[in-house]
Ligand binder design. Structure first.
Ligand SMILES: C[S@@+](CC[C@H](N)C(=O)[O-])C[C@H]1O[C@@H](n2cnc3c(N)ncnc32)[C@H](O)[C@@H]1O
Length: 247
């Protein structure tokens, strides 16, 4: 059974395409004729040129909106596709779930004719800059240490890649890990936590003390005093990165 058959049950309730992030991803894809989305989930960020989604979880496939590109149940490590099958391949917030990263990236390179776009994060920057994991949930940072790949290793696997920071808007519509950086109450909501694997895959009893402290700090105003600098910002760079490679 795919991990997201359980983890993804309520995914699309909190995880929607954010239009600003979509614009950056689509610009990175460039002027391509057809796109394959690997680790496609419910289909966020798929441009109109998307011809196929590759996704191992049937629970995620079931959440794809009507009219989406067709989806095949498969893993990145073994794509059921011929060489040079599409102009571009994208893999968004998925590589940290793959069981064999090198095999998966080799498959993206085999299938893409011109462009590969990966969205991931730089774990060192993330743990330094994102207040939730730095101050309240170090267990989550420790979990991410086990699965995040250093950006330079990913770039090497891609045979070279251009790296672009992806800033997270304060009202981001896609509820991934740091999406609620200026909406701290959201992390107290179990549905929000269910939509982010770093929170959903860390045991609740490990999260409980940090979340209780966050609850107190929000109630007393301590969080707002301490993070007054964030409240005036429209977006932040907490380490999310687009890697753009020419195939
Ligand atoms: C956080 S979701 C991201 C989904 C989508 N790309 C998005 O941006 O909303 C991660 C996805 O990666 C998928 N996944 C996990 N392991 C995979 C693998 N080995 N190959 C391809 N996809 C995988 C999961 O099933 C899940 O749908």
């Amino acid at each position: 059974m795919a991990t997201y058959d359980t983890l993804g049950a309520t995914y699309s309730r909190t995880r929607q395409t954010d239009p600003r992030i979509a614009a950056q991803i689509h610009a990175a894809l460039g002027n391509v004729t057809d796109v394959i989305n690997v680790g496609a989930g419910a289909g966020s960020y798929e441009p109109p040129q998307t011809v196929l989604a590759v996704e191992p979880s049937h629970v995620m496939i079931a959440q794809r909106p009507p009219g989406s590109a067709p989806a095949v149940r498969a893993c990145a490590e073994r794509l059921p596709l011929r060489d040079n099958a599409a102009d571009a391949v994208m893999a968004l917030l998925t590589v940290h779930h793959w069981s064999d990263l090198a095999a998966g990236i080799a498959e993206l390179r085999r299938v893409a004719r011109h462009r590969i776009v990966i969205l991931t994060w730089d774990q060192q920057i993330f743990r330094e800059r994102f207040w939730l994991v730095r101050e309240y949930l170090p267990q989550v940072a420790a979990f991410d240490d086990t699965r995040a790949t250093p950006i330079d290793r990913l770039a090497t696997l891609l045979g070279g890649a251009h790296e672009e920071p992806l800033h997270v808007p304060h009202d981001c519509r896609d509820g991934f890990g740091a999406a609620y950086w200026r909406r701290p109450h959201a992390y107290l909501d179990p549905q929000v936590r269910a939509g982010s694997s770093m929170l959903a895959q860390t045991p609740e009893d490990a999260l409980a003390p940090g979340l209780a402290r966050l609850n107190d700090d929000l109630a007393t105003g301590r969080w707002h005093r301490r993070h007054a600098d964030l409240l005036g910002l429209d977006s932040v760079d907490v380490g999310y990165r687009l890697l753009v490679a020419d195939a």
